[in-house]
Write a protein that binds this ligand. Structure first.
Ligand SMILES: NC(=O)c1ccc[n+]([C@@H]2O[C@H](COP(=O)([O-])OP(=O)(O)OC[C@H]3O[C@@H](n4cnc5c(N)ncnc54)[C@H](O)[C@@H]3O)[C@@H](O)[C@H]2O)c1
Ligand SMILES: O=C(O)C[C@H](O)C(=O)O
Length: 329
């Protein structure tokens, strides 16, 4: 194998998403079956032993593409020379915690990580934020990394995208492979807007195929937007394997490109497209090629979609104001 290994850092590596993610990265599913990787696991000090246990299991898989594992509780070490950073570890909301407290606690994680990325990561660094609130955590990390191009900081809405694909496939009696051009707009939260007006099912417009606005408004959108809470209710823990799968999809698509005639959803810094204020990290339809993404332009946004996109964007603006008020950006 002659290729230089790609350094991939995973934060929160001893957590449940970390456990579902690391083996897939090491097996080549993140970047490609011919791309060797070196893993850097970042954890808080009390979780280092658990991360070591995961590293032992990774060793025991004898993955041909895995060329090294380093474990650290220091972001300056974990992000040194890294090419792909998956920021998974975050502070969950606990009982009695207000939203402001949650944002502040996560600021204490994502600000130093952003700075460490700024100071130590490789020039081609790509960052995916998974830890919630993902869009605003990405904004915090980005603000702490002024030397890294802003567009390298992204937030995960691919799980929402995948959830929407399956719900639409079930409704239309098709398979997810039949569906193209679905979009998640806005925040990775209950205000997100899964949009099927530009989607196609087996080549036909999805909204026309469904032809059921009541289902769209009262079943599809709430099912997708509240799926995270439904999983927590059912499992007693938040989604892990499906979140890890979406992280794999997000980075794989970013690096390897979207298929002709299709697009994906990514939380990315807005350039002002579709009336989303510049700089907000909001989900858009994107095509990707050669490791770069572009927002799909020229989509007609009807009134039904407009009000829902605006509501989610408003929430993102409020989160941005809150972290600005806390001096985090
Ligand atoms: N964007 C999405 O679609 C999506 C989906 C599912 C879950 N999530 C979020 O992903 C995050 C992780 O979920 P999980 O189930 O793996 O949680 P988890 O609690 O099982 O694991 C989190 C890990 O992060 C570690 N951690 C905490 N602070 C850290 C720091 N400063 N540096 C490094 N590691 C740190 C913890 O020690 C823990 O091992 C949560 O915020 C969750 O809400 C997002
Ligand atoms: O961790 C959560 O709050 C839910 C998660 O973001 C999900 O969408 O499954």
């Amino acid at each position: 194998m002659t290729r230089t290994p790609v350094n991939v850092t995973v934060t929160g590596a001893a957590g449940q998403i970390g456990y579902a993610l690391l083996f897939r990265i090491a097996s080549g599913q993140l970047l490609g079956a011919d791309v060797p990787v070196k893993l850097r696991l970042l954890e808080i000090t009390p979780a280092l032993k658990a991360a070591e246990g995961t590293a032992m299991e990774l060793d025991d898989c004898a993955f041909p593409l895995l060329q090294g594992i380093e474990i650290s509780d220091d972001p300056n070490v974990a992000f040194d020379g890294t090419n792909v950073a998956l920021l998974v570890g975050a502070r969950p909301r606990t009982k009695g915690m207000e939203r402001g407290d949650l944002l502040e606690a996560n600021g204490g994680i994502f600000k130093p990580q952003g700075k460490a990325i700024n100071d130590h990561a490789a020039d081609d660094i790509k960052v995916l934020v998974v830890g919630n609130p993902a869009n605003t955590n990405a904004l915090i990390a980005q603000a702490a990394a002024p030397d890294v191009p802003a567009e390298r900081f992204t937030a995960m809405t691919r799980l929402d995208h995948n959830r929407a694909l399956t719900q639409l496939a079930k409704k239309t009696g098709s398979t997810v492979a039949d569906i193209k051009r679905l979009t998640i707009w806005g925040n990775h939260s209950a205000t997100q807007y899964p949009d099927i007006f530009h989607a196609t099912v087996a080549g036909k417009n999805a909204a026309e195929t469904v032809n059921d606005e009541k289902w769209l408004a009262e079943e599809f959108i709430p099912t997708v937007a509240k799926r995270g809470a439904a999983i927590i209710e059912a499992r007693g823990a938040s989604s892990a394997a499906s979140a890890a799968n979406a992280a794999i999809d997000h980075v794989h698509t970013w690096v390897n490109g979207t298929a002709d005639g299709d697009w994906a959803s990514m939380g990315i810094p807005s350039d002002g497209s579709y009336g989303v204020p510049e700089g907000l990290i909001s989900s858009f339809p994107v095509t990707t090629k050669d490791g770069k993404y572009e927002i799909v332009q020229g989509l007609e946004i009807n009134d039904f979609s407009r009000s829902r996109i605006d509501a989610s964007v408003k929430e993102l603006e409020e989160e941005r104001e809150a972290v600005r008020g806390l001096g985090l950006i």
